[in-house]
Write a protein that binds this ligand. Structure first.
Ligand code: MOS
Length: 757
C-alpha cells in the first residue's frame, strides 16, 4: 500500500457520528484481532501444518487443452527415489459421488482422474505422492505424458453456443419487464455498443492447499475455505462418510475471492491419496496450477442497446451477454443482470447465451456478474449521456430508480443520491467540461474525468452461533466463520460484544473451524450480515437467560424488573426504569451457582423481506486519469468512491474493503487479462509476473466515503454488504475517464496503451 492510502486509514469524519450512535463496540475502527498473529508470522495457514508421517502430493497437469492422455511413464516416476505412488485414472480409488454430476447447492462437476480425457489446459492428469515435495515434483515431470490432441475451442468462432438453463448460482438466464419494442420506438436517441471482458483469475496470495489426515473413516482437513459446513457436506458425499466425520480447519485464508467457496478436483485427489496411503498428505497448488482447476472469472461479450427520449429519459434498455464456460460445466457470468437494479427504464430485457470453450470451469469471482456487467453498462450509460448531450451524473440522476426497475419493489434503503452528491463534491465533478479532450495538466498530459455507479445485491445465508457468558463476566463466542483477510474475526466479534453488552476485548472469538456452529458462506458480501445476525441473536439469547436469573432472584437489585425491563451494558444489567439499580454478570452468575450461561441462535432471512423489498448496497465512483499523448501511457491519478451499505460495523475494515474493490476495479479496467494461446488453448501468462495486476505505483491516493445509511428492513442488524461493491463502479469510471481525456471510446477490457495510439 502506498503512503497515501495509509494516510486515509483513520476513521473518516463521516463515520464518527455512526460510531457514537452505536455505542462502545460496533461502529468503532478497531484494528484486526488477527493482525499481530499475521505480522509476527504466528498465524498458521493450511500449508503450515506438518502432521507426523506427512507425505507430499503434486498434481501433474495437462499441457494440452483438449484430447486425451495416451500414455504416461508411470514406471519412471515410481522409480524415482522417494516417490511412493502415482494416482492415474487406471488406479484411482472409487468415489461415492459421481464427479460428473453436480452437487447441490453450489457444487460443480470436477476433474478427479475419472478418465483419460483432457478438457482444458492445466487439468490434473495424475497425482504423484512422495516423501518430499522435491521428489513428488520430479516424479510429476518424469511422467512425460503423451497426448492425442484435438483442436482447442478458444473463441467465439470455435466455441459451442448454447441456451443456458441458468446463470451464476441459480439465476434466471433472462428477465424481461415492459414492452421493449415500444420503448425503442419511442426513443429519440438510440445507442448500441458491444463490450468485451477477458478471462481473469483470482490469484489469491495463498494458493489452494490442503493437508488431509484420516483416522479410520474420519478425516481432518487443513484448508483455506470460505464455506466450511457446505464443504464438509460435499466432501462427506465424495468420500461416502457421515458429514460429522469431516472436520475442516480454516483459521486464516490468504484471500479467497469466491474460489475457495467451491469444491475443486485437486483437493479431492489429495484427500483420496491420504485415505489410500493411510498417511497425511499435503497438496499445495503452484501458481501456474491456479489457472485452470480452481475457477476464474469467465470471459464475456456483451451487447447493450439503450433508447432515450429527447429529455434523456431511458425508454428501453436491452443487455445481452454471451458468457464463456467450460466444455463440461454450466457456470456463466450473470453479466447482463447488472442492468436490472440501477436505471429506471420502463422496458428492460436482460438475457444470456452460453459459450463452451476448452477452459477450466469459471466460477464466482469477486462481484460475479456485477463486475463484468456493470463494466459494460456504466460505459454504455456514459455513451448514452454523451449522445444526449448531458453530463453523465445528470443523466444518471435523470434516470434514478426510486423503486426497483421492473418489479416496482421499494428499496430497503438507497442512499445513492447522497453517494453521488458526496462523491461528486469531494472529487470536484462540477468543474468537469462536457466534451472530451479539454483538460491538460502542467506537463501536457491529457486529463479525463469519469464516473460509474456501484451496486451489489444483498444475499443472506442461514447461520448459527453460540455465545457463552462466563463466571468472570467475559464471554466466549463461537461460529464457523471464515476470514479471508476482510476482517471477519474483528467485525463479527464487535457485533457479538454489542449484543452481549461487553467491550470487544472481553469477548473471546472462535471461528474458522467446522465443528463450531455453521456460519454459512463467506461470500456474496454477506458474511458480516449473515454470521453477524446469528451472533447478535445468540448474544441476545444469553442475555435473556441471564436476565431471567436476575429478575427472578429476590436477592438481585433487578428482582421483578421483567424480561424487557433491563439494559445490558459494560458487563452489567441495569433496570430500565431505574438505572441506579444494577448488577454485574459475574455477580448474577455467582449467586445462581451456574458457572456459565449459553445462548444459541439459528438465524435466517425473513422471506418476506426479500419478496417485498429490493436489497442492494449502492455507491458512486469518480476517477481521474492522465494519459501521455505521445506514448499512450494511462495512469489513474485519483479515485473517489462514496458508498452506502447500511450500518458500518467497523469503518476501518469497511474502508479497506472499498479500497480493495476499487483497486480491483482499476486492475479490471487497465491491467488484468489471462491471454490464451489460440493454437494450443494454453494460458500464456499463467503466473504473477505476466498476468498483470496493479502494483503500488499504479494505485493513486484513494478515498472511500462511508455514506450514512440506516436500513431497518434488510436484517435486524441493518448491515448490508461491502466486500464486492467497490469493483463495480470503478471499472466504468476509469474507462469513461479515458474517453473524457482522449475522445477514444474503448469497449474492450483491459484498456491498453495501444488503444490510445
Ligand atoms: Mo465472493 S465471489 O461471493 O467470495
Amino acid at each position: 500500500m502506498s503512503p497515501e492510502i495509509s494516510s486515509h486509514q483513520a476513521a473518516p469524519s463521516e463515520t464518527k457520528a455512526a460510531a457514537n450512535r452505536y455505542g462502545s463496540n460496533a461502529g468503532q475502527p478497531l484494528t484486526r484481532r488477527d493482525g499481530l498473529l499475521k505480522v509476527t508470522g504466528r498465524a498458521t495457514y493450511a500449508a503450515d501444518n506438518h502432521p507426523e508421517g506427512l507425505v507430499f502430493a503434486v498434481t501433474a497437469v495437462s499441457r494440452i487443452a483438449r484430447g486425451r492422455v495416451r500414455a504416461m511413464n508411470i514406471d519412471a516416476a515410481k522409480a524415482h527415489p522417494g516417490v511412493i505412488d502415482v494416482l492415474t485414472p487406471a488406479n484411482r480409488p472409487p468415489l461415492s459421488h459421481d464427479p460428473d454430476e453436480k452437487m447441490p447447492p453450489f457444487g460443480f462437476r470436477v476433474e478427479v482422474l475419472q478418465d483419460d480425457g483432457v478438457r482444458y489446459a492445466n487439468q490434473p492428469i495424475a497425482l504423484v505422492i512422495a516423501e518430499t515435495l522435491e521428489a513428488a515434483t520430479e516424479g510429476a515431470v518424469l511422467l512425460d505424458p503423451q497426448y492425442d490432441v484435438e483442436p482447442a475451442r478458444v473463441d467465439r468462432a470455435t466455441g459451442l453456443r448454447f441456451d443456458p438453463p441458468g446463470v451464476g448460482v441459480g439465476g434466471d438466464p433472462s428477465t424481461a419487464y415492459g414492452d421493449l419494442d415500444a420503448g425503442f420506438s419511442q426513443a429519440a436517441v438510440t445507442l448500441e455498443g458491444e463490450y468485451e471482458t477477458p478471462p481473469q483469475y483470482h490469484n489469491a496470495m495463498e494458493p489452494h492447499a490442503v493437508v488431509a489426515e484420516w483416522d479410520g473413516d474420519r478425516v481432518t482437513l487443513d484448508m483455506p475455505n470460505q464455506a466450511l459446513a457446505m464443504s464438509c457436506a460435499s466432501y462427506a458425499a465424495f468420500f461416502g462418510i457421515p458429514v460429522e466425520n469431516v472436520t475442516i480447519r480454516s483459521p486464516f485464508l490468504g484471500g479467497g475471492f469466491g474460489s475457495k467457496a467451491i469444491i475443486n478436483g485437486p483437493q479431492i485427489l489429495a484427500i483420496l491419496a491420504a485415505r489410500m496411503l493411510k498417511r497425511p498428505v499435503k497438496l499445495v497448488l503452484t501458481r501456474a496450477q491456479m489457472y485452470g482447476p480452481v475457477g476464474h472469472r469467465g470471459q464475456t461479450w456483451q451487447k447493450l442497446r439503450l433508447g432515450m427520449d429527447s429529455d434523456g429519459q431511458l425508454t428501453a434498455l436491452h443487455h445481452r451477454s454471451m458468457s464463456a464456460t467450460s466444455a463440461f460445466e454450466d457456470f456463466l457470468e450473470p453479466a447482463a443482470n447488472a442492468s436490472l437494479p440501477l436505471y429506471a427504464s420502463p422496458a428492460i430485457l436482460v438475457e444470456h447465451e452460453g459459450l463452451r470453450l476448452d477452459t477450466g470451469t469459471p466460477g464466482p469471482m469477486r462481484a460475479p456478474g456485477e463486475a463484468s456487467g456493470s463494466a459494460a453498462l456504466e460505459v454504455a450509460i456514459d455513451e448514452a449521456a454523451e449522445a444526449c448531450g448531458m453530463d453523465p451524473l445528470a443523466f444518471r440522476l435523470k434516470n434514478y430508480a426510486e423503486t426497483e426497475p421492473g418489479t416496482g419493489k421499494p428499496f430497503s434503503s438507497k442512499a445513492l443520491r447522497t453517494c453521488y452528491a458526496q462523491g461528486a463534491a469531494r472529487f470536484g465533478w462540477s468543474r468537469r467540461p462536457l466534451s472530451p479532450g479539454q483538460m491538460r495538466d502542467e506537463n501536457g498530459l491529457l486529463v479525463g474525468w469519469g464516473m460509474g455507479t456501484a451496486v451489489f445485491h444483498c444475499p443472506h445465508f442461514p447461520a448459527e452461533a453460540r455465545a457463552t457468558l462466563r463466571a468472570d463476566g467475559t464471554a466466549l463466542v463461537e461460529t464457523g466463520a471464515a476470514d479471508m483477510g476482510q476482517g471477519a474475526w474483528t467485525a463479527l466479534a464487535q457485533i457479538a460484544a454489542e449484543a452481549l453488552g461487553l467491550d470487544a476485548d472481553q469477548v473471546e472469538f472462535h471461528a474458522g473451524l467446522s465443528t463450531l456452529p455453521d456460519a454459512g458462506v463467506a461470500g456474496g458480501s454477506a458474511h458480516t450480515a449473515s454470521a453477524g445476525l446469528a451472533l447478535h441473536q445468540a448474544g441476545g439469547d444469553a442475555i435473556a437467560r441471564l436476565t431471567d436469573l436476575a429478575v427472578n432472584d429476590p436477592q438481585s437489585p433487578l428482582f421483578g424488573a421483567g424480561n424487557i425491563g433491563v439494559i445490558a451494558r459494560r458487563g452489567r444489567l441495569y433496570r430500565r426504569d431505574d438505572e441506579a439499580r444494577h448488577e454485574s454478570y459475574a455477580q448474577i452468575l455467582a449467586r445462581s451457582g451456574q458457572s456459565e450461561i449459553i445462548g444459541t441462535a439459528k438465524s435466517a432471512r425473513d422471506p418476506a423481506v426479500a419478496s417485498d423489498h429490493a436489497l442492494y448496497s449502492h455507491g458512486a465512483v469518480f476517477a481521474e486519469v492522465k494519459i501521455d499523448p505521445d506514448l499512450g501511457q494511462i495512469r489513474t491519478t485519483r479515485l473517489v468512491g462514496a458508498f452506502a451499505a447500511g450500518r458500518v460495523i467497523n469503518p476501518r475494515l469497511v474502508q479497506s474493503q472499498y479500497f480493495g474493490g476499487m483497486i480491483w476495479g482499476l486492475s479490471f479496467a487497465l491491467h488484468e487479462e489471462a491471454v490464451t494461446d489460440k493454437r494450443t488453448g494454453r494460458i500464456m501468462n499463467a503466473d504473477l509476473a505476466e498476468y498483470r495486476v496493479p502494483v503500488n505505483a499504479d494505485i493513486p491516493p484513494l478515498e472511500a466515503i462511508l455514506v450514512d445509511e440506516e436500513d431497518a428492513i434488510v436484517n435486524p442488524i441493518g448491515v448490508k454488504g461491502v466486500g464486492e461493491i467497490g469493483i463495480t463502479g470503478t471499472v466504468g469510471a476509469i474507462a469513461n475517464a479515458v474517453w473524457h481525456a482522449t475522445g477514444k471510446r474503448i469497449r474492450k477490457f483491459p484498456i491498453r496503451i495501444e488503444d490510445m495510439l
